[in-house]
Design a protein around this ligand. Structure first.
Ligand code: AMP
Length: 227
């Protein structure tokens, strides 16, 4: 089963994709995580991607598409995957369709986490992550048990460079211009499901699981809405 998460920066894609992938035993593919890791390790990909990421722009398709296609061909993605942060525009969605078609598969469901813009801005401003295991936290909605320390591995928490206010503004603009059209792309294909992303994390996770289970049971051929 191939699940795509859609939603603006701050909608909760990373958190929900990781919960869902674990529950279903599927690979979790986050292009943002792969790119940030490449930047930290100063690989060729990281060097090329860094400037775009710091400005809140999309990294060119030529770099990102190959990375995802390679990742999908690894063994842990053979049964399916949960994609988070990819596709980000219509050409990427087409490239994903082609790659899956080549293996007799398709996007089974695109889960759209719906969150109003003022909430997104507040969320991005309070966001922290573990500098070691990358577990996500939020000052208000998902604080660590001890301030500044990861619950899972004890690592120190840091803020993402691209969560600075100027970059957040640009990332949201890029989302509305380039990524939001994917809602129609997947709606037209009958695989879009909307979930109210403003609810607390466990409730959103429940709703997400419900729409995915419905798609799995073969009811994914129409637009569904939860919350
Ligand atoms: P994210 O963690 O998904 O918010 O991604 C952080 C940044 O990585 C984005 O602002 C982009 O610069 C870059 N990025 C992540 N995924 C993609 C993608 N599918 N296409 C282009 N750029 C991406």
């Amino acid at each position: 089963m191939y699940v795509v998460f859609l939603g603006a920066p701050g909608a909760g894609k990373g958190t929900q994709a990781s919960v869902l992938a674990e529950k279903l035993g599927l690979a979790h593919i986050s292009t943002g995580d792969v790119l940030r890791d490449a930047v930290r390790r100063e690989t060729e990909l990281g060097k090329q991607a860094k400037g775009y990421m710091e400005r809140g722009e999309l990294v060119p398709d030529a770099l990102v598409v190959d990375l995802v296609v390679d990742r999908l061909s690894q063994e842990d993605a053979a049964r399916g995957a949960v994609l988070d942060g990819f596709p980000r525009n219509v050409p990427q969605a087409r490239a994903l369709d082609d790659a899956l078609k080549a293996r007799g598969a398709a996007v089974d469901i695109a889960v759209y986490l719906r969150v109003p813009e003022p909430v997104l801005i507040a969320r991005l401003a309070g966001r922290w992550e573990c500098s070691i295991c990358r577990a996500p936290y939020h000052e208000l909605t998902n604080p660590p048990r001890r301030a500044g320390v990861c619950d899972q591995c004890g690592g120190p928490l840091t803020q993402r460079a691209d969560d600075r206010p100027e970059t957040v503004k640009r990332r949201l603009q890029v989302y509305f211009e380039q990524t939001a059209p994917l809602l129609d792309y997947y709606r037209e294909r009958g695989v879009l499901a909307e979930v109210d992303g403003e609810r607390p994390i466990p409730e959103v996770a429940e709703q997400v699981l419900a729409v995915v289970r419905r798609a799995e049971a073969g009811e994914g051929s129409r637009t569904s809405r939860e919350g």
